[in-house]
Ligand binder design. Structure first.
Ligand SMILES: Cc1ncc(COP(=O)(O)O)c(C=O)c1O
Length: 414
């Protein structure tokens, strides 16, 4: 089967499961090409959340009655399925609000406990702000410094620069996106972990764009921390995940204090709960966790390898067509080194105008700096337009994007 045929099959199989797609915008079919910003939700996820509130909702972990046991089972059951899918254990799968909160947790607990003057946190120029700003904050708090690995002209992580910066011997933590949300570049967590560990550094991988697109096995990455976010992975908003190596999580103190994260509380002091609850203070996002469990069930049912192949095929189909348009510059690596993300600029038209004109044709793309201002500066552009794919997108939708771009160029006379 060739890749485009595989792609068509996956879209045919999944499209009807996304009720939101069944609508028109201004008389045109909705073409949703913004899954890198937030994913659409299949019916099974929407129904799991609805069913939880209709049938199982009660406080978790605390009460002795049947309904509470069911609610706890729904929450912890979701954690168990997510952990198994991600090659992690229940104890090393911590629910957070999103990837941003997961990274802040590591920065504020591990970072404050382990960083000091003379230490370096090594991020990269292709990171989302959520993998930069938490490190800037903890560096200000601890006296450590933040530095960034360069990106090559073709949008790859500059391995020579990485090696040189690690060789300096002062890097305490390397923190890198598994897939860049702007360039689409796919980094290799196992290779990065090997390099970080050889240099005596810990490593955090930001898997926000990777979990919806690629098979990820936390144990196989060799990483110390792996953060991701539910709403990009067919799940609801308000839920994210931090995986961490057990011995590191056990050595870390808590972050937020309050209910659920303690064992014993006296007037003077408290003791901490076991993993993963030590890091889950307060009432958890229970329905959201249940929804994320259903999202992982959905990905497993479709097959992550089918989703990967489908998005690869769509990207390979779209890249030459978009690049061939007069005045368009695509940023990032060739199709075989990128996920389902295509960012581009168009001479003579600001990305916001592209976004608005495409929107009138029902085509939803993201425009702006994509929360990656340092990368925009490196690319020498204020913003880009970005099309991104999910399992339900079709080659016809790529054609609709191209047609809308041609029309937008005509409106601007370019
Ligand atoms: C690579 C990357 N990291 C982190 C995030 C932050 O995700 P969230 O806002 O859900 O925490 C995003 C969201 O765009 C992202 O693309």
């Amino acid at each position: 089967m060739n890749a485009v045929a595989a792609s068509t099959d996956t879209a045919t199989l999944t499209r009807a499961e996304f009720p939101i797609l069944n609508q028109e915008i201004g008389g045109k079919p909705l073409v949703y090409l913004d899954s890198a910003a937030t994913g659409q939700k299949p019916s099974s996820v929407i129904e799991a959340i609805d069913r939880f509130y209709r049938e199982d909702n009660a406080p978790i972990h605390r009460s002795a009655y049947d309904l509470a046991a069911r609610s706890t089972e729904a929450f912890e059951g979701a954690r168990g399925r997510i952990a198994a899918y991600m090659g992690a254990t229940d104890e090393t799968t911590i629910f957070t609000r999103n990837a941003t909160e997961a990274i802040n947790l590591v920065a504020q607990v591990w970072g404050r406990e382990n960083l000091g003057p003379g230490d370096v946190v090594l991020s990269t120029l292709m990171e989302h702000h959520s993998n930069i700003v938490p490190w800037q904050i903890v560096c200000q708090q601890t006296g450590a410094k933040i530095d960034y690995v360069e990106v090559t002209e073709d949008g790859l992580l500059d391995q020579a620069d990485l090696d040189a910066k690690l060789a300096a011997g002062n890097v305490k933590l390397l923190t890198v996106a598994h897939i860049s949300n702007v360039l689409g570049t796919i980094n290799d967590p196992a290779e990065l972990s090997r390099k970080a560990h050889a240099a005596g550094a810990k490593i955090l991988i930001d898997g926000s764009q990777a979990v919806p697109q690629l098979a990820v096995d936390f144990a196989a990455t060799g990483a110390d921390f792996y953060a991701w976010t539910g709403h990009k992975a067919y799940g609801p908003t308000g839920i994210g995940v931090l995986h961490g190596r057990r011995e590191i999580l056990e050595a870390m103190g808590p972050w937020l204090g309050g209910g659920d994260m303690i064992k014993v509380v006296s007037f003077e002091s408290s003791t901490w709960n076991d993993l993963p609850w030590k890091f889950e203070a307060g009432t958890s996002a229970v329905a959201e966790a249940v929804g994320l469990g259903a999202a992982i069930d959905f990905i497993e049912r479709i097959g992550i390898e089918n989703i990967t192949a489908h998005e690869r095929a769509l990207t390979a189909y779209a890249l030459p067509k978009i690049s061939a348009l007069d005045g368009i510059t695509v940023v990032g690596p060739p199709a075989d080194k990128r996920g389902g993300v295509i960012s581009f600029t168009l001479d003579g038209m600001h990305p916001h105008d592209i976004g608005e004109l495409l929107g009138r044709e029902g085509v939803c793309v993201r425009t702006g700096h994509h929360c990656a201002q340092p990368l925009m500066r490196k690319l020498g552009v204020p913003a880009t337009a970005r099309a991104s794919f999910a399992c339900f997108n079709t080659t016809e939708e790529v054609d609709a994007l191209i047609a809308a771009l041609v029309k937008a160029k005509e409106v601007f006379g370019i």
